[in-house]
Ligand binder design. Structure first.
Ligand code: C2E
Ligand code: MG
Ligand code: MG
Ligand code: MG
Length: 288
């Protein structure tokens, strides 16, 4: 649209603008209908990425990551649709689906004596919706999720610009044993002052400080170390994201970071594959 209006600058600017606005509205309606249909048709699926102990490499929990399996079999990543979902106002509906699916899966694993923690990602906009705390509390009760097994991942922005009401909501949720993590830590508007008073349990070091520099080593060892000190001082649990090499895992472990996730250990995968991975590990530890 920007390109179009430049091309015709001076001539019929107004027309071009209203045309593109209409096109945009039509597109949004298409997207919204598509998403609503996808929810109704059960096209969303959760993949699970292990969160492991960096000392023993044992799987301690998983992070649920949403995928959209389209009718033609194509699997879309959240980066390809989450923003749209937010924009057309369906993030509450999708977030509710994720919470329900994750708790159902968690209950099934607990019933099989597979003891894993479950982390889910919450959009800031969903958190701010009225009744979010009741939704979480009711779901946790319905599936009888024991204390400490469900964790919500939120990005820093939640803590910066949503004020008292979000903090109240998080406190309510924590009262039933649900834990809170700050996701992508170090990339947002972190302020040391607010960190200290927040209702949080875990910090997740953003993967840009860990991998992606094209190097086998940590991309930013000073930052990971500093975040480690911070977490320790504040008594928070620490997880490093995006670990891709053994060197990175070893360096983090030497810095006192005891938990991590990344392609080195496992990619996000279906519940069946995840379960197979856990069972394989259990068999190994029994025989070894
Ligand atoms: P996130 O919560 O920070 O999730 C971690 C992302 O890093 C995932 O991407 C994961 O596949 C990727 N990742 C994990 N290990 C590695 C690694 O070693 N190297 C690299 N390069 N990447 C790694 P994914 O699944 O595409 O998700 C992207 C983002 O979408 C998530 O970032 C999260 O913010 C959002 N998201 C995912 N699922 C949900 C959901 O159910 N609800 C909401 N609201 N957002 C979600
Ligand atoms: Mg996350
Ligand atoms: Mg993250
Ligand atoms: Mg992220």
């Amino acid at each position: 649209a920007l390109y179009e209006s430049k091309k015709q600058e001076g001539s019929c600017h107004h027309m071009v603008f209203s045309d593109s606005l209409q096109a945009r509205l039509q597109k949004e309606t298409r997207v919204e209908n598509g998403l609503q249909q996808a929810l109704a048709n059960d096209e969303f699926v959760l993949y699970y990425q292990p969160i492991v102990s960096l000392d023993t490499h044992r799987i301690k929990g998983v992070e649920a990551l949403i995928r959209w399996r389209q009718p033609d079999g194509k699997l879309l990543l959240p980066g390809e649709f989450i923003e749209e979902v937010n924009r057309v106002g369906l993030i509450g509906a999708l977030g509710e689906w994720v919470l329900e699916a994750a708790c159902k899966q968690l209950r099934a694993w607990l019933d099989m004596r597979v003891e894993l923690t479950m982390s889910i990602n919450i959009s800031p906009r969903h958190l701010r919706q009225t009744g979010f705390d009741e939704l979480v509390i009711n779901t946790v009760r319905r599936y009888q999720i024991p204390e400490g097994y469900l964790m919500l991942e939120l990005t820093e922005e939640v803590f910066v610009d949503s004020g008292i009401s979000s903090l109240y909501v998080l406190n309510e949720i924590r009262r039933v044993g649900v834990r809170i993590a700050i996701d992508d830590f170090g990339t947002g508007y972190s302020s040391m002052r607010y960190l200290k008073s927040l209702p949080i349990d875990r910090i997740k070091i953003d993967r840009c400080f860990v991998s992606g520099s094209g190097d086998e080593q940590l991309s930013d060892p000073m930052i990971t170390q500093a975040i480690g000190f911070l977490a320790e001082g504040l008594g928070l649990d620490l997880v490093a994201e995006g670990i891709e090499t053994a060197e990175q895992a070893a360096a983090l472990s030497a810095q006192g970071c005891h938990n991590g996730q990344g392609f080195l250990f496992a990619k996000p995968q279906s519940s069946e594959h995840l379960l197979a991975l856990v069972e394989q590990q259990q068999a190994l530890s029994v025989s070894g």
